[in-house]
Design a protein around this ligand. Sequence first.
Ligand code: CP3
Length: 354
Amino acid sequence: MNQVATKTHVSSKPFLDVLNGRPNGNESDYIPFWFMRQAGRYLPEYRKLRASRNGFLDMAFDPKAASEITLQPIRRFGMDAAILFSDILVIPHALSQALDFVEGEGPKLDPIRDGAALSKLSFSGLESKLSPVYETISNVTAQLDDQTALIGFAGSPWTVATYMVEGSSSRDFINVKKMAYGDPELFSKLIDMLVEATAHYLIKQADSGVEALQLFDSWAGALDADEFKKWVIGPTKKIIDLVRDSHPDIPIIGFPKGAGYNYMSYAEETGVSALGLDSQVPVKWAARSLQPLMPVQGNLDPICLLTGGDTMKIAVEKIMEELSGGPFIFNLGHGIHKDTPLENVEALIKLLRP
Ligand code: CP3
């Protein structure tokens, strides 16, 4: 497969340079890029591999399959960073909550709605369940070229808890909010468990070779400012402090999707090293108010990529105009949609690497 993008004029890993504040993305015209959910169903090579397997978890916990899937988009498109192929829900699975990915329906878990259900969670299987992920990281690290970085990740406690309490994807988060607002003591027990498991998991990922971490808080936008402080900022800060105790310099990108104005307190109070911007964040505001604090990453609407053509071109130009003057990594504002035509991804990369 041909590599669309070349990185021949830069000396190290441009993605890490931007995160580490080294002059590169901001002082040259080389803007590193990767796409959230770049490994997945829009790729024919992923669909082919998936058809021969027993579902998503079977692939995610098979180091050979997971390494191959991690590398698929890099071989085809030459992104500046690969992201480990796994899922944010491996943590509830490793804490022994039953989890299944039902084709076309998304994740299904045995919902945790009370203390009795919560007390069934256990750390005892954590290490053995997650160890294939660490093996995947070693495999990928051995195969990546010297200009492409490897990103590890986890879900943030709030977002992972929404799935654990609701038992599936949710529109209104009634059950998880009822627990957080009505029985904060019980909900804290769940969040504290997630903080501990997630910090451990991220530290082990860094031990195994990932060079940056991203915390996905996909449902951060469901909370008001006070609850956001309690369930997003607090637990995120705890995780970051724990990770930094053993890996003081590893860059950590926070992605509090939908946080709106709360992006500001998230940037100032959690200790993240960079911010993932969702598509709703106005780029002018981000350039003026967030980018002076730290590097930003984002934020093309994935549906602009799915639409392609001039719609996409205009949106990309606007993002570049506002954000390419400071430390910036180009990305989408959320995961790539499974129906995205490959030609549109190719066209986007041509815009980024003319
Ligand atoms: O390429 C990558 O970005 C790396 C792998 C990755 C996956 N999920 C693979 C996956 C990452 C980083 C995630 C994160 C994730 N998982 C999030 C946070 C980002 C976001 O999208 O908001 C969330 C909320 C999840 C939970 C999850 N996993 C859901 C709701 C679903 C079902 C919906 C869907 O898109 O299918 C999954 C399944 C999942 N995770 C797939 C992939 C490639 C699809 C599995 C398949 O059917 O092949």
